[in-house]
Write a protein that binds this ligand. Structure first.
Ligand SMILES: Cc1cc2nc3c(=O)[nH]c(=O)nc-3n(C[C@H](O)[C@H](O)[C@H](O)COP(=O)(O)OP(=O)(O)OC[C@H]3O[C@@H](n4cnc5c(N)ncnc54)[C@H](O)[C@@H]3O)c2cc1C
Length: 418
């Protein structure tokens, strides 16, 4: 079988793969992206973070995305009963982008992939990477299959950005740590009939329905809205085996204090999806001639919309390090890649844990939140989780529990508390 040779093979044309491929192509490398699906394809993850904007910008994908008129996301609103907090990225503590988008990912990812291809990346759709040979010191062989036949490709480096596919994790049997407290999610899209009648209708909102159950409302500029529940499986009792998920979803909606009226009679555009056990983190993010990026490396929880940001952060960083190797430079993957990505994930993990144990909800809904505390928390939620000047990054593993305890003891939410 003929073997096609390129510099770098990227598996997956999601956000992580596109950013990686675009960067390397801009450095003059011959890059091949293998994508098993045909775009547009459905994928969850529509609430983005400002930190990713710099990644789209640096890889030349920003103009195409800006041209799509996606709904601007300027912050996030959290509601619990009658309580409400607006966190605006404009009040951000860290320097950087203060806006992003809320966008239907099928359209968004196709736009990003088309813009990547327009830069000269060879993206092949409908072809699935099925086997890899990493035995040689200086090259990798990937065997892939489309509906007709098998193909062989050779490259100097392999970037696995296959997301939930976890191609190398499965093929190489890499240890994939499941996260304790597995959660569950169900989501769909609706086309709203009377959106204009609702106050702040385009505001992205997260409703606390129980300390470990929340509901997302992500309105898009095309008139559709993404709705989803995430939480402990015990809250998902309406989803009984054999019952249509649309019925169960509607029963869940009836429990929403803030949104049942707005969405109760809206018909889902597709049967709501139900997923569970999606949280994992890989022990090892790289090996000889390969690196894992994006969801392949790990994904924790949707609550703070960190997935795409970590996907683009890791895709871009991996591509830069691969480029250095191709120029015969040395890379310490442990310190330069793994530690950086693990740090970002660890900060989010603290916030995710702080969310589900109620500490962050105590902080968010405290009536006395000091502006500086708010700015520094916003910074984390905008994706600036590498800013060590921010105490809410630096002391992420303890600051939330200390601050929540301070508030519960009757004190204000002040930065000097812990
Ligand atoms: C319930 C839920 C809600 C979420 N909400 C958000 C959110 O609001 N905001 C956010 O930022 N993130 C969210 N996420 C996370 C988000 O979905 C992912 O983090 C993000 O899509 C990861 O991007 P990626 O490029 O790594 O992978 P993907 O977007 O999954 O892309 C990987 C691509 O690889 C392809 N592929 C897989 N296997 C192969 C193979 N063998 N050969 C060739 N191609 C292959 C796939 O077809 C796919 O197109 C959510 C996740 C869940 C579970």
């Amino acid at each position: 079988m003929a073997v096609e040779k390129v510099d770098v093979i990227v598996i997956g044309a999601g956000p992580s793969g596109c950013v990686a491929a675009a960067h390397l192509t801009r450095q003059g490398r011959k890059v091949l992206v293998l994508e098993k699906q045909i775009f547009p394809r459905l994928v969850v993850g529509e609430s983005l973070l400002p930190r990713s904007m710099a990644h789209w910008e640096e890889t030349g994908l920003l103009p195409a995305l800006e041209a799509q008129n996606y709904a601007p996301k300027l912050g996030a609103r959290f509601v619990r009963g009658a309580e409400l907090i607006d966190l605006r990225f404009g009040e951000n503590f860290t320097q950087g982008w203060t806006r992003t988008w809320q966008a239907p990912r099928a359209h968004f990812d196709k736009t990003a992939a088309d813009a990547t291809a327009a830069q000269g990346v060879d993206i092949r759709y409908g072809i699935s990477a099925e086997r890899v040979d990493l035995e040689a010191d200086d090259r990798v062989i990937v065997r892939a299959r489309d509906t007709h036949r098998e193909h062989s490709f050779e490259a100097r480096y392999l970037i696995d950005s296959s997301g939930y596919g976890g191609t190398l994790v499965k093929l190489l049997g890499l240890r994939d740590d499941k996260w304790p407290n597995p959660r569950m999610a169900s989501y769909t899209h609706v086309r709203e009939r009377d959106r204009e009648g609702w106050k702040d209708a385009m505001q992205i909102t997260f409703e606390v329905m129980a300390v470990d159950l929340w509901f997302w409302v992500i309105p898009f500029s095309d008139g559709t809205t993404s709705l989803g529940f995430v939480g402990d499986p015990r809250h998902f009792d309406p989803f009984k085996p054999g019952r249509p998920t649309a019925e169960a979803f509607s029963e869940m909606l009836a429990r929403s204090e803030n949104f049942r009226e707005r969405f109760q009679d809206q018909t889902p555009l597709w049967e709501p999806h139900v997923i569970r056990d999606y949280s994992h983190y890989n022990e090892r993010l790289y090996g000889r001639n390969y690196v894992l990026t994006g969801n392949c490396a790990g994904f924790l929880d949707p609550v703070f919309s960190s997935g795409v940001m970590l996907a683009t952060e890791s895709g871009l960083l991996a591509a830069k390090l691969v480029e250095r190797i191709l120029q015969s430079g040395a890379v310490d993957w442990e310190t330069e890649y793994s530690e950086h990505i693990r740090h970002g994930a660890a900060v989010f993990r603290s916030y995710i844990e702080g969310w589900y144990n109620g500490d962050l909800q105590t902080i968010f809904f405290s009536p006395t939140m000091e502006p500086r505390v708010k700015e520094q928390i916003i910074s984390v939620l905008a994706g600036y989780v590498w800013d060590m000047q921010n105490p809410f990054v630096k002391r992420h593993d303890r600051i939330l529990s200390q601050l929540a305890a301070f508030i519960k003891a009757g004190n204000g939410a002040t930065i000097d508390a812990p």
